[in-house]
Design a binder for this molecule. Structure first.
Ligand code: SAM
Length: 248
């Protein structure tokens, strides 16, 4: 896949660390399921639909971790390619700052036209205007300079390309907010303690969700970064939201 990057995470370390990653990736998936009661799969599915998979298109999945979004996107694009009898296959690259997540993703099965790249969302190692779509799922919250990252994700999009961000957000009704507070401040750190033996990290996660700007404020940041026709779709009453913007 030629997105213009040089730094590929496929290294010989892969074999040495396989078992460690196996365990952490499995735990990571289990935690995602427990914390969101399995709903994160539906949210990711909706995200992929909004990203417009199609024959011959190119996706960069930033903070892509083990590659859930990129794989689902490629599956959908390839299904369309075959249904239309086209010979144009889509391509995707998973870019993540953490090589261990990438290695765990590769371990799940390499596939054609899916590449892996170590990258910081703030300085993506891709040429300008190479992608039809850029996704970031549950990643923007961890980025230090959000505007810088949003601008760089816009830079790598082709004119007419779309940016789709899935992130935890704010419940839109008071009763749901109360329920959600009880779940996230009470249950999540406890589940983190039991399953991942790491209460502090999950406590941090809950707090980082609270600190993230609400739907409208984050939409304004997309506009500040230069995205056009910015829209917000609340998922599960605003527990998560998809922010979308276009490069025109
Ligand atoms: N997108 C995947 C998913 O939805 O399953 C992974 C989400 S995981 C919660 C967050 C990911 O963001 C991690 O893999 C982490 O390494 C990555 N990340 C954090 N800060 C980053 C940055 N500045 N640039 C790129 N990736 C980053």
């Amino acid at each position: 896949v030629s997105f213009g990057f040089k730094d590929v995470a496929r290294t010989e370390k892969q074999g040495l660390v396989r078992n460690v990653f196996d365990r952490s990736a499995r735990k990571y998936d289990l935690m995602n399921d427990l914390m969101s009661l399995g709903v994160h799969r539906v949210w990711k599915d909706i995200t992929v639909t909004k990203t417009g998979p199609r024959p011959g298109a190119r996706l960069i999945d930033v903070a892509g971790g083990t590659g859930d979004i990129a794989r689902a996107w490629l599956d959908r694009a390839d299904a369309l390619t075959e249904r239309r009898g086209s010979d144009q296959y889509a391509e995707a690259v998973v870019a993540d700052i953490n090589e261990q997540m990438l290695l765990a993703g590769m371990k799940r099965g390499d596939r054609a036209r899916l590449d892996w790249c170590t990258a910081n969302a703030e300085h993506l190692p891709f040429d300008d205007a190479v992608a039809d779509a850029v996704t970031i799922g549950f990643g923007i919250r961890n980025v230090t300079d959000r505007i810088k990252a949003l601008k760089d994700m816009r830079r790598v999009l082709k004119p007419g390309g779309r940016f789709v961000c899935l992130e935890f957000s704010r419940p839109t009704t008071r009763p749901l907010e109360k329920l959600y507070d009880a779940w996230s401040f009470g249950a999540i750190p406890q589940i983190g303690d039991w399953i991942a033996k790491d209460r502090d990290s999950y406590q941090y996660l809950v707090e980082s969700i609270r600190k993230f700007p609400h739907q409208d404020a984050f939409a304004a940041e997309l506009e500040e970064a230069g995205f056009a026709r910015v829209s917000v779709t609340n998922l599960s009453g605003g527990i998560a939201a998809i922010h979308m913007g276009w490069k025109v």
